[in-house]
Design a protein around this ligand. Structure first.
Ligand code: NAP
Length: 306
């Protein structure tokens, strides 16, 4: 069988694509690597920036997306994609997995991106219990409190600025003695009296049982170690897109993201990218969902040309 479209990934972008594909009456299949749909959102304690659903649990929101797609008849297969090839001069896309191979006229690639982890003790246990990878999602929970941001890029700087507006104190912990963030962000940061830079410093442990108590930090220059009391830790040390299996056919940017605009079009006709996996300004649930809808609109236009 050749499907109209195969969606790879079942985070908010993939599930929105599945919903729009069903409503467009396309023959569609969603391939999901994880047992749980919803992508990163299901690991988020609370989502308070998705319009119309204030303070919804991340898991609940992920399940709502999935149930919606299922209600419309979307078909899911839990399987890992290994690579993609083109047949019939590109008109057929073949998706090879760890078990079967599937064919479609169009693909929507929505594999998402993972936040890079620090890889230190306590990080995994305390994620969602004081440790977060998204200041705009979770910052409001720390109003008037003391937090730390780790990282030196644009995201870390923007997170620290965002948090400085509502938190009593923000430590910006960076492993070197200068940020790589845009100069303008650095200037803005220096204007905030409640932001303190901890240079040449790394977080070597995150301490707490059922919530974050403090951080264990080390000064890289003199090797000294100490505890830092904080209520929240925002880890902003970059993201890693899940694009390893498509490097044979698609050009990626230097960060590994699929080069595609808002319409999802990639350099290959009939292959579209949606959500965190594509080059874009803002990686959030609301923009991922919009990408899924746009990608299916582009799929329909593409199918009409065949
Ligand atoms: P990034 O620019 O790659 O910065 C990651 C930061 O984390 C770097 O400062 C890096 O340190 C640090 N880091 C990496 N691994 C670490 C580790 N294991 N432990 C401690 N620190 C670690 O990532 P990003 O800030 O997420 O930004 C991603 C991309 O989006 C960038 O191209 C950025 O310019 C872009 N962006 C643009 C805007 C904007 O234009 N408004 C906003 C947000 C993001 P080093 O500096 O020592 O390498």
């Amino acid at each position: 069988m050749i499907y109209d479209v195969i969606v790879v990934g079942s985070g908010p972008a993939g599930l929105a694509a599945a919903i729009y594909a069903q409503r467009a009456r396309l023959s569609a299949l969603v391939l999901e690597k994880e047992y749980m749909s919803g992508g990163q959102v299901v690991n988020t304690y609370e989502v308070d920036n998705y319009p119309g659903l204030p303070e919804i649990g991340g898991f609940e929101l992920g399940m709502k997306f999935r149930e919606h797609a299922e209600k419309l008849g979307a078909r899911f297969i839990n399987i890992e994609v290994r690579h993609i090839e083109l047949e019939d001069e590109g008109r057929v896309k073949v998706v090879y997995t760890d078990r079967e191979e599937y064919r479609a006229r169009a693909l929507v690639l929505a594999m998402g991106a993972r936040h890079r982890k620090l890889g230190v003790p306590g990080e995994e246990n305390l994620t969602g219990m004081g440790v977060s990878y998204c200041a705009t999602c979770d910052g409001a929970f720390f109003k008037g409190r003391t937090v730390a941001v780790v990282g030196g890029g644009d995201v870390a700087a923007e997170d620290a600025l965002f948090l400085a507006r509502g938190c009593a104190k923000v430590f910006l912990i960076h492993r070197r003695d200068e940020l790589r963030a845009a100069a303008i962000l650095q200037e803005q940061l220096k204007k905030h009296e409640n932001v303190e830079f901890l240079w040449d410093t790394e977080v070597i442990g995150i301490v707490g049982d059922d919530h974050l108590d403090c951080l264990k930090i080390r000064n890289k220059k003199d090797g000294s170690e100490r505890m830092l009391d904080v209520d929240g830790l925002f880890i902003a040390v970059g993201t890693i897109p899940d694009t390893g299996f498509i490097t044979n056919i698609l050009q990626l940017d230097e960060g590994g993201y699929i080069i595609a605009g808002e319409d999802g079009k990639t350099e290959i006709p009939g292959i579209f990218a949606a959500g965190d996996v594509r080059t874009k300004q803002l990686r959030q649930i609301v923009t991922a969902v919009s990408d899924g809808a746009n990608a299916i609109t582009s799929v329909q236009a593409y199918l009409n040309t065949l």
